[in-house]
Design a protein around this ligand. Structure first.
Ligand SMILES: NC(=O)C1=CN([C@@H]2O[C@H](COP(=O)(O)OP(=O)(O)OC[C@H]3O[C@@H](n4cnc5c(N)ncnc54)[C@H](O)[C@@H]3O)[C@@H](O)[C@H]2O)C=CC1
Ligand SMILES: O=C(CO)COP(=O)(O)O
Length: 933
């Protein structure tokens, strides 16, 4: 009894193309549709670019007396009558269920599976012709080895076919010399197919989904195009799962491995064609197998680098482990057409185009055009030198270099000073806007802007290169060091260690936060931050990533990165917010901040320099990797702040407090580049009772927000931003010292000073400065009794001269107030500096001043500091915190006035849920194309 098919319909398959590989794949597919009659219709359409061909005399079909052999015949008729493609796959019988069709439109009509297999130079026109003439739920597989380069940038053919036709398209590529496959000699191939959800009854496989070009709006490349709405495959068709796609291609002699890295599969096939030309050139010189192997090695490295640099979701392993990578490199450099023609061009001293014309009987080389296309793209990015082998092949084709130049070219470019210049430690000139944290005696420095300078014989030379710190740098704090002479710094490559679950690289960001996480957790946490467009040509520059994974962790034991979806609370990826951490509670805080075009894929629409300030404070529970967003209306009103400083002080109230200082502010509704004009007055600081996070303010269940403003006295620092702050308390706990170092103020004023804010008296004392090196954009930490200042830019520019802390870290003795180069892990017993004691009084460091000079600004704050009956200042009692948010602006306009006049503010209880007047497609946040599984 015949088995009933569970599906009402079967897939109709068309092979678009009929060359050497096109006809071979048609044979493979035609055999498989017969073996799987439940899934596929028996007839396979093959579109044939019609031409007249003469049956060659050596063909078994040649019969001098036959009509067919007397004059050229249409190739479609020959294929349909003889069941052989006598021109492009001579001598190989092909199944009779292949129908050669000269009409492109007719061949694709009603087909649900389109296999694109023709030389890449013809695909654009072919797609134009069939656009709108295919069923909307068709699916594609591209067997084309090449990349689609236009004035807009670079795309994979799987992608450009998908975009042009509005369908999903995967990719097939492998070590597959067509005639060997056609003769049924064993080979493997790789198919990247990441089935749209509606096509598969199985979950999407692990690893990254279909890669997409990593392109940004200012990049000059093609903008990532949305796939648009895919039309569901009707349910009466068998689902196009990995299993069913495999059934269409897998043969006993042609083994298929299914993956989901469309980028890696497509690029491996395209770029190896350039390398195969180089292999042919060196072989043509008679240099032997060692030379070919050297070229292949460099070729694979350039493939990986190209994929990682320009495309998202590309896996190194696809190049090093799959047939479409290393295996195709070997086979193509041993016996492919590109290799053979390049070799012959050297041996016979002919141009490669002449060889192609003479030897290939109409078949097309892909390597020559790909070398030109890739070069045009690299040239447009100023990155030719970063891909010396690809560039050399192009220059040989252009007649500017000779095959003999290959060794020098790939050697010298690999070790050029320009490349060495990018070492984030040896060539650091300045580094700023990074994220830092100390965990388990190691100082970690992540990201940031960096300028690089060449170092020759120990001295810095030339101008700086503007770029980024793309590494996680670790400095050992368990040993004493002197940054002049001995300090251990190690740079860990972030992109060589992607998230093992999704293969996504951790983001390269500035102005985010690095948190140490709970004490018993081996992970660090990287939150927020933005992608800088400062120098998008810098090697390794990444486009902004999805904001869905705004939180990352780095496991200091396993060195693996991981990512977490906390988008329910942290809708945007904020940067420049105030950050602090309470590690013993497993809590990390990110207060206000901003988004700009670098914050995520979604916010790219904001365009250059627009910054939107954000309300709210994200509280990360690093134990559970969850987040809560709490209102900051009572902190900043409708004028959120950025670029200020915040510290955590334990032991005050039940859960400790946060103290927020300075920064800049603007209205949530303001859509402009202004993030520097309005400076928050320093005559108030802002205290957050962490008890409010737990729902219990100051020990009593209360609905109060937990925020208090407090007036300060003493040497009040000038308003400023981009300074750093740390907190330390003497052993008796009678006071708490918050150190503020350097920063920048209105109208390009820069500082090199240190102030101490002492609590609970809320008095400022200037303990250092003005010094010689005003700077900003640095971070700082406290270790023992030392403040470690990390990086920052000098007010004089970003070099040269470079940071005078030659290793980017400075050390301040917090008690003696002496800056130096030496660090010791053994200095404990902090004592309050004399100058501070002179202000707050007391004997042996025990503070005499136990409350602010004018009293506490709020009875709640007084209670927090242990006063039952609040000694508050009547005048300042219960002040509206929002109304004192401002105080000092660049133009001297007091923010209070602004608050009075700005009445159209957008209110949002969920941070970032509404952004005024900007059309940011929030649904993109969960775009399945961007989501990693
Ligand atoms: N041949 C091989 O061993 C392999 C080739 N590939 C890749 O498969 C793709 C197709 O290559 P092949 O099938 O070998 O092609 P081919 O090199 O045999 O090219 C000839 C084909 O191009 C067609 N053609 C010529 N002018 C045309 C026009 N104006 N418009 C449309 N078609 C035209 C011819 O009719 C013929 O079908 C390429 O990207 C190639 O890199 C992949 C694996 C193996
Ligand atoms: O892709 C191929 C083998 O995998 C064929 O390469 P050529 O186009 O150089 O023959």
């Amino acid at each position: 009894m015949a088995t009933l098919s569970p599906h009402g319909k079967k897939h109709k398959v068309t092979i678009v193309g009929s060359g050497n590989w096109g006809t071979t794949i048609a044979k493979v597919v035609a055999e498989n549709v017969k073996d799987n009659p439940d899934l596929f219709e028996e007839k396979v359409q093959m579109w044939v670019f019609e031409e007249e061909v003469t049956i060659p005399k050596e063909s078994k079909h040649y019969d001098a007396g036959s009509e067919l052999c007397k004059k050229p015949q249409k190739i479609t008729q020959l294929i349909n009558n003889l069941h052989e493609n006598v021109k492009y796959l001579p001598g190989i019988p092909i199944p009779s269920n292949i129908i050669a069709n000269p009409s492109l439109e007719d061949s694709v009509k009603d087909s649900t599976i389109l296999v694109f297999n023709l030389p890449h130079q013809f695909i654009g026109k072919t797609c134009e012709q069939i656009k709108g003439k295919i069923v909307p739920y068709a699916r594609g597989i591209s067997c084309i080895k090449g990349v689609d380069v236009s004035e807009n940038g670079i795309e994979l053919f799987s992608e450009s076919i998908g975009h042009k036709l509005g369908i999903y398209c995967g990719a097939l590529s492998g070590a597959n010399i067509a005639t060997e496959v056609a003769k049924e000699k064993f080979s493997e191939t790789t198919i990247a197919y990441d089935p749209p959800h509606m096509d598969s009854k199985h979950p999407t496989p692990q690893h990254t989904p279909a890669g997409s070009p990593k392109l940004g709006p200012t990049d000059g490349h093609k903008q990532k195009k949305k796939q648009g709405q895919l039309t569901s495959l009707p349910s009466d068709f068998p689902p196009l799962s990995h299993d069913n796609v495999k059934k269409l291609f897998h043969r006993p002699y042609f083994h298929v491995r299914m993956v989901d890295d469309v980028v890696g599969v497509s690029l491996g096939g395209a770029l190896k064609n350039i390398v195969a030309l180089a292999a042919g050139f060196v072989d043509g010189l008679g240099w032997g197998d060692n030379a070919k192997a050297a070229v292949m090695r460099v070729g694979i490295l350039e493939e990986v680098k190209f994929g990682k640099m320009f495309f998202e979701g590309c896996r190194t392993e696809t190049f090093t482990e799959e047939s479409c990578g290393v295996a195709d490199m070997i086979t193509s450099c041993s016996g492919g057409r590109n290799f053979r023609c390049a070799k012959m061009s050297v041996e016979k001293k002919m141009s490669i185009n002449e060889v192609e014309e003479k030897e290939l009987n109409g078949q097309k080389l892909q390597g020559t055009s790909t070398a030109y296309e890739v070069n045009a793209f690299l040239k447009s990015k100023g990155l030719e030198a970063d891909f010396p082998l690809f560039t050399t092949v192009y220059n040989i084709l252009e007649g500017k270099l000779k095959p003999e130049d290959i060794p020098d070219q790939i050697e010298s470019k690999n070790s050029s000073p320009a490349v060495q210049q990018l070492d984030p430690i040896k060539n650091m000139c300045m580094r700023l806007y990074h994220q830092t944290v100390i965990k388990n005696n190691i100082l970690y420095i992540d990201g940031g802007l960096e300028t690089f300078i060449n170092v020759v014989n120990g001295s810095q030379q030339g101008n700086v290169t503007n770029g980024y710190n793309e590494y996680l740098i670790a400095i050992d704090m368990g040993q004493p060091w002197d940054w002049y002479t001995n300090i251990s710094e190690i740079a860990y490559n972030k992109s060589s260690n992607p998230n093992p679950n999704t293969d996504t690289d951790p983001p390269q960001i500035i102005n985010g936060a690095l948190y140490q996480g709970p004490v018993d957790d081996t992970r660090l946490y990287l939150y927020g931050g933005t992608t800088s467009y400062w120098n998008t040509s810098f090697a390794g520059w990444q486009v902004p990533t999805s904001q869905q994974y705004v939180l990352w962790s780095y496991d200091t034991n396993s060195t693996k990165w991981d990512q977490y979806d906390i988008s329910a609370a942290s809708v945007w990826r904020p940067s420049n917010g105030f950050r602090a951490e309470a590690p013993e509670q497993g809590l990390a805080f990110y207060l206000n901040g901003e988004i700009d075009s670098g914050s995520s894929q979604t916010t790219q629409v904001l365009g250059n320099y627009i910054k939107i300030f954000l309300e709210g404070m994200i509280v990360l529970n690093a134990t559970a990797q969850t987040a809560t967003n709490i209102s900051t209306k009572d902190f900043s009103g409708d004028f959120p702040r950025t670029r200020g400083g915040m510290v955590y002080i334990p032991g005050i109230g039940e859960h400790g407090i946060l103290v927020a200082i300075g920064g800049t502010y603007k209205a949530v509704s303001e859509l402009d580049a202004n993030d520097g004009a309005n400076f928050v007055s320093m005559s108030d600081v802002f205290v957050f009772d962490i008890g409010a996070y737990y729902g219990s303010v100051n020990g009593s269940n209360s609905t109060a927000s937990g925020w208090y403003a407090q007036n300060v006295t003493g040497d009040i620092p000038q308003p400023r931003a981009e300074f750093c702050v740390i907190a330390i308390s003497p052993p008796d706990g009678s006071s708490h010292s918050i150190y503020l170092s350097a920063g920048q103020g209105p109208s390009n004023t820069f500082y090199d000073d240190v102030y101490v804010l002492s609590l609970p008296s809320f008095t400022w004392t200037q303990v250092y400065g003005p010094g010689q090196s005003p700077h900003y954009g640095h971070t700082c930490h406290v270790v023992g009794t030392q403040l470690i200042s990390v990086g920052g830019a000098l007010a004089t520019g970003w070099g040269p001269p470079c940071d005078w802390h030659i290793k980017g870290v400075g050390v301040l003795d917090l008690s003696k107030i002496i800056w130096g180069s030496k660090y010791s892990p053994d200095l404990t017993n902090y004592t309050v500096p004399d100058k501070v004691l002179a202000t707050i009084g007391g004997v042996n460091g025990t503070a005499a001043m136990t409350q602010p000079l004018g009293g506490f600004g709020d009875p709640g704050l007084a209670r927090l500091f242990g006063f039952d009956e609040s000694p508050t200042n009547e005048k300042s009692s219960k002040r509206n915190v929002g109304a004192i948010a401002g105080g000092s602006t660049a133009g001297g306009v007091i923010a209070v006035i602004l608050i009075g006049t700005v009445i159209y503010l957008v209110r949002s209880s969920k941070r970032g849920a509404e952004i005024p007047n900007v059309n940011i497609p929030t649904d993109d946040i969960h775009d399945s194309n961007e989501r990693s599984q």
